[in-house]
Design a protein around this ligand. Structure first.
Ligand SMILES: Nc1ncnc2c1ncn2[C@@H]1O[C@H](COP(=O)(O)OP(=O)(O)OP(=O)(O)O)[C@@H](O)[C@H]1O
Length: 350
């Protein structure tokens, strides 16, 4: 496989529509990078620029040591895996795998070797004579990857491959793709709007907003230290609560927030960091009224209101507490779990 290097990549569509700005990403050989962001943030545009399906209007794209800005998709040696597997229903698995190679004029013995090698790697050798409909969803996904693999590409691109699947199959496929990717060491760029998919699959994830990178990091780096209020709101579920610092200061004892850095006028609290345990020395406590209790089996979401704040705050507990709606509850949170931001810049304050 190969590395991929994006230097100041940008895209302006005809009609002066800017879709991507100043994107710098280095994907190491064998690394899985997940691009995540809301609808319209430019994920597909960026992926298609790497694939060669959209022109690059700014910056440089390298695959391995080669600048590929001007190369046709077929010359870039990159495989794309789509949503619906795009398998040919009337062909056997063998022929599905062989099809692209036949079209490119490979010799029969070379096709045979590549198909059998890929089938062995993907553990689908026993299915080579079956039609796609005789396979489970997971096996079909493997055939789809196999079809890309036989081309021996330099990298894999995934464009929301799981978005059409029901919740259970989605989880199964997520695991399947990630295991394959790790085992085969494929350099991969994976696009999704699903933050859970991004967190679970990525070596590193790239959060994109309005065509620009908000943050790049390992899933835990991004979760534990979101660089901007956008990332804080996008990664994590339920989303991080945000309170103005001066208001939070009124809810808690006056010296509880003195350790916060200068300029931190907006404070983020993750729902899962709020606890009903009594506050210890390093904790702060805040009381609110329980307006709604949502039990969700193994966990529960508690919606709390505070005098003078229009938004409710959500706490996520790893159990369903035996409390009545309408009651006053006191929550504690560790001081080092407060996320300080500056409202005007939207950035984390160090
Ligand atoms: N061919 C085009 N011409 C002009 N503008 C376009 C074109 N394709 C996309 N755009 C615009 O570029 C921006 C980014 O679109 P893109 O499809 O890359 O977003 P996305 O993050 O993949 O969204 P989604 O998750 O909804 O697919 C959007 O504002 C979109 O309207």
């Amino acid at each position: 496989m190969a590395s991929i290097k994006m230097d100041n990549l940008g895209k302006v569509y005809t009609g002066n529509v800017r879709a991507v700005s100043d994107v710098n990403i280095d994907i190491a050989d064998g690394e899985m990078i997940v691009l995540v962001g809301p609808s319209g943030c430019g994920k597909s545009t960026l992926l298609r620029m790497v694939a060669g399906l959209e022109t690059i209007t700014e910056g440089t794209l390298k695959i391995g040591d080669q600048v590929v800005n001007q190369l046709e998709p077929a010359e870039r040696d990159i495989a794309m895996v789509f949503q619906n597997y795009a398998l040919y229903p009337h062909m056997t698995v063998f022929n599905n795998l062989a099809y692209g190679l036949k079209n490119r004029g490979f010799r029969k013995d070379e096709i045979d070797r590549r198909v059998r090698d890929a089938a062995a790697m993907l553990e689908i050798k026993q299915f080579l004579d079956r039609k796609p409909r005789q396979l489970s969803g997971g096996q079909r996904q493997r055939v789809a990857m196999g079809r890309a693999l036989v081309r021996e590409p330099k990298a894999f691109l995934f464009d929301e491959p799981l978005s059409n699947l029901d919740a259970k199959l989605r989880v199964q496929m997520r695991v399947e793709i990630r295991q394959l990717q790790k085992r085969l060491g494929t350099t991969s760029l994976y696009v999704t709007h699903d933050q859970l998919e991004a967190l679970t699959m990525a070596d590193r994830l790239v959060v994109l907003n309005a065509g620009q990178i908000e943050q790049i990091g390992t899933p835990m780096e991004v979760y534990l230290r979101p660089a901007t209020t956008f990332v804080a709101g996008f990664i994590g579920s339920p989303a991080m609560n945000m309170l103005p610092a001066d208001y939070l200061g009124k809810l808690v004892s006056s010296d509880a927030l003195t350790h916060l850095p200068a300029g931190a006028d907006l404070i983020g609290l993750r729902p899962e960091d709020l606890s009903l345990d009594p506050a210890g020395d390093d904790d702060i406590s805040l009381g609110g009224q329980l307006v709604l209790l949502e039990p969700a089996g193994a966990e529960s979401h508690l919606h709390l209101s505070f005098d003078g704040v229009k938004d409710t705050i959500i706490a996520r507990l790893p159990h369903v507490p035996d409390v009545q709606e309408g009651r006053q509850l006191t929550f504690s949170i560790k001081r080092d779990k407060l996320h300080p931001f500056n409202k005007a810049t939207g950035k984390r304050v160090a």
